[in-house]
Design a protein around this ligand. Structure first.
Ligand code: ADP
Length: 528
């Protein structure tokens, strides 16, 4: 079973918390974990060397942690707002909690802000560090437990109350802890024996955190994993290395090489989920921009099509309507005579009826275009399509003395398309060709329709005529809307034809026809 098939119905596979990691992502995460595990060995021989005067770097470190973790929390909240997964909300609280606590941790660090009178004793920083570490580990464990139990909701959240509640609760906890540390530093547990060295009590914090991480790791490794889970595994590996460096390898000596190496691992681990979320956001943004521009293009072309269609509707309906008015006036005049000419009036009324039928047919055709969405496609044989259109034009051509000839492929050539639209295209081209031949004085009066299999992938349909052809200056403009050289023309036909053919994945163009006249050709992708 492929990984995608395992996704629950209604999930959002574009979210880190819902998409399954690919083999490459898993390998990449494994490599990063291995590199981080090996790199820490470089610090081991020098781990207990004290780096005097490096307190000055702590505010920058804390600021970086605060920023990275708060941004991660914000991005996770954005994920929650789409997925509504309690697990993701808990994970975002973990990052927010850890990020906000970096501030009082740095403010109380011995020797960093003493000059501002911020001396809260030896135990404050360690107490904050213990709460921060255990709180984060517990919340990540809660995420691991909860992650398979929710996240099935598709609709967006109706209220932002859960987000505000979780942010409020985290903020309150951080504020209360900070207040307790600043107001009553004397009652804090004895994690430190000096400003630099930890006591035995601290080892319980490290051990508990390691146990919590190990449990989380086991839960995350079992069962289905999302990309977010995969990166959390790397985070937990990195955080475990951090604890080992800070509490064991460096012997718990603050500001030693091992301690600083641990801090670097802390920063790396904080950045891992952020980088994964940022890459997801960037990819989503690119997809969104692409989708929006595509949607806009489709809407514009649909609008132009609609304009073209409504103009041609008006044009098509106008003809029978005006002829009905003329015939009705004539019939009225014939009946109004002192000796009414009944036969003439009857002829005129019959013409009215047939014009009425023509208008009705046009309206029915339009209704069908709208009823069957223009995106409705079916398998069509090009030869049948051409023959159907020709049948409609035969009478008109005969009346005006134009020979309608065909040169069609024997074999059926199948395309996928909208029958009504494609018939309309061929019909428009034939109508133009007949108009053109009628314009020509003398010479052959032929309109020829050809179909050719271009290659295995394309079929080409041509409408060639022996009319006067298109003037060189006009050749570029005939496909523009409202360009016409005919007194009664609308100048919409060719534009409509081109947009239909292009929406079918083909191309429509004009060529000079050899014996004189014009050749309009279009291609359509054929189905093998
Ligand atoms: P309309 O037929 O209403 O003018 P079209 O968009 O169908 O609108 O055609 C635009 C113009 O292209 C026509 O007015 C005519 O000048 C030119 N044209 C189209 N087909 C032919 C043809 N077969 N031969 C010569 N000119 C043509």
């Amino acid at each position: 079973m492929s990984l995608r098939e395992e996704l629950p119905a209604g999930s959002q596979p574009y979210l880190l918390s819902n998409s399954r990691p690919t083999r490459h992502q898993t390998l990449f995460a494994l490599c990063i974990s291995a590199v981080l595990a090996c790199a820490c060995l470089a610090a081991v021989p020098f781990a207990r060397i004290r780096l005097e005067g490096t307190e000055g770097l702590l505010p920058a470190y804390a600021a970086a942690m605060l920023l990275v973790e708060v941004i991660t929390a914000a991005l996770l909240l954005a994920t929650y707002s789409v997925q509504r997964s309690l697990a993701v909300l808990v994970l975002s609280s973990a990052y927010l909690f850890s990020g906000l606590l970096a501030l009082p941790w740095a403010l109380t660090f011995p020797g960093v802000f003493d000059a501002f009178g911020l001396d809260t004793g030896m135990q404050s920083t360690a107490t904050i560090a213990a709460v921060r570490r255990l709180g984060f580990a517990l919340l990540v464990l809660a995420y691991a437990v909860l992650r398979n139990q929710d996240g099935r909701t598709e609709e967006p959240p109706v209220s932002s109350r859960p987000i505000l509640t979780s942010v409020g609760m985290v903020g309150l906890c951080v504020a209360l802890l900070t207040l307790a540390v600043f107001l009553d530093p004397g009652t804090l547990p004895e994690f430190m024996v000096s400003t630099r060295d930890v006591s035995g009590l601290w080892s319980y914090v490290s051990a508990t955190a390691l146990i919590l991480y190990a449990t989380t790791l086991l839960i995350l490794l079992r069962g289905r994993r999302s990309v977010l889970d995969l990166w959390l595994i790397v985070v937990i590996v990195t955080l475990s290395i951090e604890i080992i460096l800070l509490s064991y390898v460096s012997g718990g000596i603050r500001l030693s090489v091992g301690w600083w190496a641990g801090r670097v691992y802390g920063l790396v681990s904080a950045s891992i989920v952020l980088l994964a979320l940022l890459s997801q956001t960037t990819a989503l943004h690119a997809k969104l921009a692409h989708a929006v521009s595509q949607e806009r293009r489709i809407r514009e072309s649909r609008l132009t099509m609609m304009e073209a269609l409504s103009a041609s509707i008006a044009h098509e309906i106008n003809q029978p309507l005006s002829s009905m008015v003329t015939n009705a006036n004539a019939a009225a005049r014939w009946l109004d005579k002192p000796r009414p000419e009944i036969d003439e009036a009857q002829d005129a009324i019959e013409d009215i009826v047939s014009d009425g039928h023509r208008a009705g047919t046009i309206i029915e055709g339009i209704r069908m275009i709208f009823q069957k969405s223009s995106r409705d496609r079916e398998l069509l044989d090009v030869k049948t399509l051409v023959k159907d259109v020709l049948r409609r034009w035969q009478a008109d051509a005969r009346r005006t003395g134009v020979a309608l000839e065909t040169d069609l492929e024997e074999e059926p050539v199948t395309v996928v398309g909208n029958r009504i639209q494609l018939q309309q295209v061929i019909s428009n081209l034939v109508a133009n060709a007949i108009d053109a031949v009628n314009e020509a004085t003398g010479g052959e009066r032929v309109v020829q329709l050809r179909t050719r299999q271009h290659d295995r992938n394309w079929v080409q349909v041509s409408v060639e005529d022996t009319g006067p052809g298109v003037a060189l200056d006009d050749a570029d403009r005939i496909f523009e809307a409202f360009f016409t050289t005919k007194p009664e023309g609308m100048g919409m036909g060719l534009m409509f034809c081109r947009s239909v053919i292009e929406s079918h994945g083909g191309r429509l163009w004009l060529e000079r026809h050899r014996p004189g006249g014009a050749a309009f050709r279009f291609t359509l992708p054929r189905l093998e």
